[in-house]
Write a new protein. Structure first.
Length: 199
């Protein structure tokens, strides 16, 4: 029994001592592979490095980037580390008075504008804006619900939410009712629709 444990330990140490010569990054579209490596705590460049002292605590840096929703770092025998990232995708632009515009992911995470995201790509995203008590989560939910209508903007106020789509505008005082009857936007194109909880 002791001999098996010692043998297993020696095998592990011999495997851990094999230097890592290749790092493969996948799933990244907004972050460069070198930035993913840096966030993962891996050395820069292509020179081999040891695996023995690389642990989960170093890989936690991946989750400090708002662009990364989740990540998985695995060692593939004999000399490869694979980093699979799941990036958040921008859903809308958040326009705030007197402050820089932000990109917003579906879960509401604010995403810094990356150099690789062109102005044309940003222009395609709907704009969320408003005043009064912040209703950002409601505005994001409405943006998702109206995505099939090519929503261009969602505005919140204390009295409700309004949406501009490619085929018209709609206003609703109650989010649940607005989402429930959002199909009326497609039924009455080029009209201004008001949706009230009582019908």
């Amino acid at each position: 029994m002791l001999g098996a444990a010692v043998l297993a330990g020696l095998l592990y140490l011999s495997w851990a001592q094999v230097p890592v010569r290749q790092v493969v990054v996948s799933g990244n579209t907004h972050l460069a592979a070198d930035e993913v490596r840096r966030l993962a705590g891996l050395p820069a460049g292509e020179s081999p490095f040891g695996w023995l002292y690389y642990g989960r605590w170093k890989a936690k840096g991946l989750l400090t980037s708002p662009w990364i929703a989740s990540a998985e770092v695995t060692r593939q025998f004999p000399d490869t580390v694979r980093i699979q990232v799941n990036e958040r995708q921008p859903l809308a632009r958040w326009r705030r008075t007197g402050q820089p515009e932000l990109l917003l992911a579906e879960d509401g995470t604010a995403l810094p504008i990356r150099p690789g995201v062109t102005a044309g790509n940003l222009a395609m995203l709907p704009v969320i804006s408003g005043w009064g008590p912040e209703r950002l989560s409601e505005a994001l939910r409405l943006t998702r619900a109206l995505s099939r209508y090519t929503v261009q903007s969602v505005t919140y106020t204390p009295s409700g939410l309004s949406a501009q789509t490619a085929s018209g505008t709609a206003w609703g005082g109650d989010l649940e009712t607005f989402v429930k009857y959002a199909g009326s936007i497609g039924m009455y194109p080029n009209k201004q629709i008001h949706i009230y909880p009582w019908g």
